[in-house]
Write a protein that binds this ligand. Structure first.
Ligand SMILES: *Cc1c(COP(=O)(O)O)cnc(C)c1O
Length: 460
C-alpha cells in the first residue's frame, strides 16, 4: 500500500515513510492510494479481540513491516491499557428520547484520553522504524494542556526518540501539568515557557521554519495529521460496528475537534463496515457543524469551553474528508484550501450532498445537564467531551444501535464534572497517585534562542 497527498504533488510513498514524514511535502495530508474493500470479508473480523482485530486490519495498510513484527508493535501498544478489552462498551438506558446508547470507552490508556489509542501505537512505530534506520528523532510539541501528556506517554523510555513538550507556565491545570512533569524517563523534557500557548505555538513554527535547526536537531512532530493515528482509530469503529450491528448498521456519535477521530469512522464505513451515520458533535466551536448544514467552511473565533480539547476553529484533518468529497480530485481540493487560507472561508456551493454525516453543536448548559442526567439515571459519570457526544446523540433518531465515543475519563476534568453533579464523583487512582510523585520541568523564556539553546544541549 502506498500513500499519496491530498494535494496531488507528492510522489507516492511507502507506509514507513508516511509515518516518519507526517505531513506531505506539498502541504497536503497523506492518505492511502486505494482503500481496502472489506465489506465481503467481514466474517474474518467477527469475534476477534480488540488486539487481534487491530492486527488484522492494519495488515491491509502496512506492507513494509513483517506481519509478526507489526503484531508485536500492536500488542505492546495496547498492553499499557488498564482494561482487558482495551476498548470496552457500556450501555446507558433511556437516554436519547428513551432509546439506549452504547458508550465506547476510549479512555483506558495511560493518560486516560482517547489520544492514547493512536499515540501508544505511533510511539511503537517510531521506535521500530528509527531503530531499523539507525536514526534518532527529537520530537517537539506545544500543548495548552490536553494533548502533551498523551504524546509523552507514547514515547517515554524509547531509545530512538527524545520528546520536548512546551506548555505555558502557570496556564495549564495543575493536574494536566503533573501528568507531564511526573514522568521520570530521561528522554522526556518538559519546558514551562514564560508566555502564552500562542507563544509556544509561534516558537514551534519558528523552529520548524529554520531549516538548519530542523536538520541539525533532527526535529519531528507527533501532530494530529499523522496517517498512523488515523489508522489506529479506524480499528475501534470496525470493532464496535461488528459488535453491535444486527439487521441494521450502527450509528456512531463522535465529539469532534480536529475531525481526526470521526474521519477514521468515515473510512471504516467506506471500507464496508456496517455503519449508517456518523454524528459530528461539536461544542460552541461549531465550524464543522456549520459546514455540514450550509456547505461553507468559515473560520470563526475560538470559544473557551469545558471541553477544551475541542476548542478549535480549523479542523486539521478535515482536508482528508474534503478530498473524498471532491471525488479524489486534488486540483479541486487545492483550490478550496487555498481559498480558505487566503480568505478564511470557502464553500462547496450549498449543503454537502452526503448521507454519511449528521452534525450538531452542543451548548455549555446542555453539557452540564447531560453530565447530571446521565449520572442520575445511570449512575455513570461522563466527562464534558463525552457529554457533548451524548447530548448530540439525543437529537437524532436512527434505526440501529447508537454508539457514542467517550474520549476522556471524567477524572481528567474534575471541576466541571463535580460541579455539574454536585458531588465529588470524578476520581481515578492513577491521577490521585500523581499528587505524591516528584516533578521535573525547566522554566524557559519565550524566545526562539532560549528554546534553541535548550535543544542544542539536550537533543540527541
Ligand atoms: C482530542 C480530543 C477530542 C477531539 O478529537 P479530534 O480527533 O480532534 O476530533 C475529543 N475529546 C478529547 C478528550 C480529546 O482529547
Amino acid at each position: 500500500m502506498r500513500y499519496v497527498s491530498t494535494r496531488g504533488q507528492t510522489e507516492p510513498m511507502a507506509f514507513k515513510d508516511a509515518v516518519i514524514t507526517g505531513m506531505a511535502p506539498d502541504g497536503g495530508l497523506l492518505i492511502p492510494e486505494t482503500l481496502p474493500e472489506l465489506g465481503g470479508r467481514l466474517d474474518e473480523f467477527r469475534g476477534l479481540s480488540f488486539v487481534r482485530f487491530a492486527e488484522k486490519l492494519m495488515a491491509y495498510f502496512v506492507d513494509d513491516i513483517p506481519e509478526g513484527t507489526l503484531n508485536g508493535l500492536v500488542e505492546r501498544a495496547y498492553a499499557t491499557f488498564d482494561h482487558p478489552e482495551v476498548v470496552p462498551f457500556r450501555a446507558l438506558r433511556g437516554l436519547a428520547g428513551n432509546h439506549d446508547v452504547q458508550v465506547m470507552e476510549l479512555f483506558h490508556g495511560p493518560t486516560l484520553a482517547f489520544k492514547d489509542v493512536a499515540l501508544q501505537f505511533l510511539g511503537q512505530l517510531f521506535e521500530y522504524i528509527l531503530e531499523e534506520r539507525d536514526e534518532h528523532l527529537n520530537i517537539l510539541g506545544a500543548t495548552s494542556g490536553d494533548t502533551g501528556s498523551a504524546a509523552i506517554a507514547g514515547v517515554r523510555g524509547l531509545p530512538s526518540v527524545d520528546v520536548f513538550i512546551m506548555f505555558p507556565e502557570g496556564r495549564v491545570s495543575p493536574l494536566q501539568e503533573r501528568q507531564m512533569t511526573t514522568i521520570p524517563d530521561e528522554n522526556v523534557h518538559c519546558l514551562a515557557v514564560e508566555g502564552s500557548f500562542d507563544d509556544c505555538q509561534s516558537l514551534m513554527k519558528s523552529l520548524f521554519a529554520d531549516a538548519d535547526a530542523k536538520r541539525t536537531l533532527a526535529l519531528g512532530a507527533v501532530n494530529s495529521v499523522n496517517w498512523a493515528r488515523v489508522l489506529a482509530q479506524i480499528v475501534y469503529y470496525g470493532y464496535g460496528s461488528l459488535k453491535f450491528a444486527r439487521s441494521e448498521p450502527v450509528t456512531f456519535c463522535v465529539p469532534t475537534g480536529n475531525f481526526g477521530n470521526v474521519f477514521a469512522g468515515y473510512l471504516a464505513k467506506k471500507m464496508g463496515f456496517p455503519i449508517d451515520k456518523l454524528v459530528i458533535a461539536t461544542n460552541d466551536n461549531d465550524i464543522l457543524a456549520r459546514f455540514f448544514q450550509t456547505g461553507e467552511y468559515r473560520r470563526g473565533t475560538v470559544h473557551h469551553t469545558t471541553s477544551p480539547a475541542m476548542d478549535i476553529q480549523v479542523a486539521s484533518n478535515f482536508e482528508r474528508y474534503l478530498y473524498y468529497y471532491f471525488d479524489e480530485d486534488a486540483v479541486r481540493l487545492r483550490t478550496f484550501m487555498e481559498e480558505f487560507a487566503a480568505t478564511g472561508a470557502a464553500s462547496v456551493g450549498g449543503p454537502p450532498q452526503t448521507d454519511d454525516f449528521l452534525a450538531t453543536s452542543v451548548s455549555e448548559a446542555e453539557v452540564r445537564r447531560t453530565i447530571r442526567d446521565v449520572y442520575e439515571h445511570n449512575g455513570y459519570v461522563v466527562d464534558p467531551h463525552t457529554a457533548v457526544g451524548l447530548a448530540a446523540a439525543e437529537r437524532f433518531r436512527v434505526p440501529g444501535v447508537q454508539i457514542c465515543a467517550a474520549t476522556a475519563h471524567p477524572a481528567k476534568f474534575p471541576e466541571s464534572v463535580n460541579e455539574a453533579i454536585g458531588r465529588k464523583v470524578a476520581r481515578h487512582p492513577t491521577l490521585d497517585a500523581l499528587a505524591d510523585l516528584p516533578t521535573r520541568k525547566t522554566r524557559i523564556p519565550a524566545t526562539t534562542e532560549a528554546v534553541r539553546a535548550f535543544l542544542d544541549k539536550h537533543a540527541r
